[in-house]
Design a protein around this ligand. Structure first.
Ligand code: NAP
Length: 313
């Protein structure tokens, strides 16, 4: 890393420290490009908040999300990747080197690999913001323990809702999964496990319209979408798992994106700006798995290496 004024100049700057970021870092490091990884706010990304990952190949018994994140980091650093505990806030991709303004200063990058991932969606209903951290949560691994022997409600019908709901049964006395339809998009294996679990019950065709409580969560207001009937449901915890939004706001107007904010990439992980690559959930509305994000991160780094090589020829 060399210094240009106050800015740090790096060959390959990687935004994000999840499976995408560290897989890209591993490949870029092994290509001797001394990549620098800006961790973002959550070291290890979303995967690190997952209790067990059962579908990452190579771990037949499953592996802890945080543990897998540490292994990714260790492997990339072993080959020379550098981790900076820093978060990018602004970018200028109009000329090279690309400028990235982070919490602790400015970076100039010959090549940028975006692995900023996605963040959990909110219901955007009254009381949700006020009671977040006081009974409302978006992370079972982080907060499940607080609900020992308590009643918990989980919102959503995807893999996250069912997987996290199953996880919370370790602590809670009961877990009620509330879903807006009567069919789940979660994988059949998770549906089977959840339906057979003695602590889990379901309220279907129902949405949560209000989070009720003063100092802490006391109840949720429910509305049956078919009958319109409203009820108050008492609960100690409300876990919301209703999908994700890609963390791509800072690239708006600079990179081509889909209407939903996913960065558009071709099969080589190239974005609309030469020298900028994107991978993982920031660019992938379809698969969003640890293994696919890691694969895309590796592909982005391979292509970034080719890009730099072609320039130096
Ligand atoms: P998801 O698959 O997009 O599911 C979101 C769920 O939330 C859907 O059931 C959706 O209902 C519901 N929902 C969305 N907006 C809502 C709202 N405003 N009010 C009420 N309900 C709402 O999201 P995800 O479960 O977070 O999964 C994201 C990706 O990660 C998926 O590709 C998933 O396969 C993957 N993932 C995989 C694993 C695993 O393999 N073990 C674990 C976790 C996540 P509708 O069904 O009606 O749209």
């Amino acid at each position: 890393m060399s210094s240009n004024g106050k800015a740090k100049h790096v060959k390959v700057l990687i935004l994000g420290s999840g499976p995408t970021g560290y897989s890209a870092a591993l490949y870029a490091a092994r290509a001797e490009l001394q990549p620098v990884v800006l961790t973002g706010m959550q070291l290890g990304g979303q995967a690190a908040l997952t209790y067990t990952i059962e579908n990452y190949p190579g771990f037949p018994e499953g592996v802890g999300g945080a543990q897998l994140g540490e292994l990714f980091q260790k492997q990339a650093e072993h080959f020379g990747a550098v981790t900076e505990f820093d978060t990018a806030n602004e970018v200028d991709l109009s000329r090279r080197p690309f400028k990235v303004i982070a919490d602790s200063g400015e970076y100039l990058a010959d090549v940028l690999i975006i692995g900023t991932g996605a963040s959990p969606n909110h219901l955007n209903i009254p009381g949700e913001v006020e009671l977040t951290g006081r009974g409302v949560s978006y992370c079972a691994t982080c907060d499940g323990w607080f609900f020992k022997d308590k009643k918990v409600v989980v919102v959503g019908g995807g893999d996250s809702a069912l997987e996290e709901g199953l996880f919370i049964t370790r602590y809670a006395s009961s877990v009620t999964i509330i879903h807006r339809r009567d069919e789940f998009r979660a994988s059949p294996i998770l549906q089977k496990r959840a339906k057979e679990h003695p602590k889990i019950n379901f309220i279907l065709d129902t949405v949560v319209t209000e989070v009720i409580g003063t100092d802490k969560l006391e109840a949720v207001r429910l509305k049956n979408v078919k009958t319109g009937e409203e009820t108050i449901y008492e609960t100690d915890g409300l876990f919301i798992f209703i999908g994700h939004t890609p963390n791509t706001q800072m690239f708006r107007g600079q990179l081509e994106m889909s209407d939903l904010g996913y960065i558009k990439v071709n099969e080589k992980m190239e974005t609309s700006v030469p020298g900028v690559f994107a991978a993982g959930e920031a660019a992938d509305p379809h698969f969003r798995q640890v293994v696919t994000s890691a694969g895309m991160g590796a592909a982005a780094a391979i292509q970034a290496t080719r890009f730099l090589e072609a320039e130096s020829e």
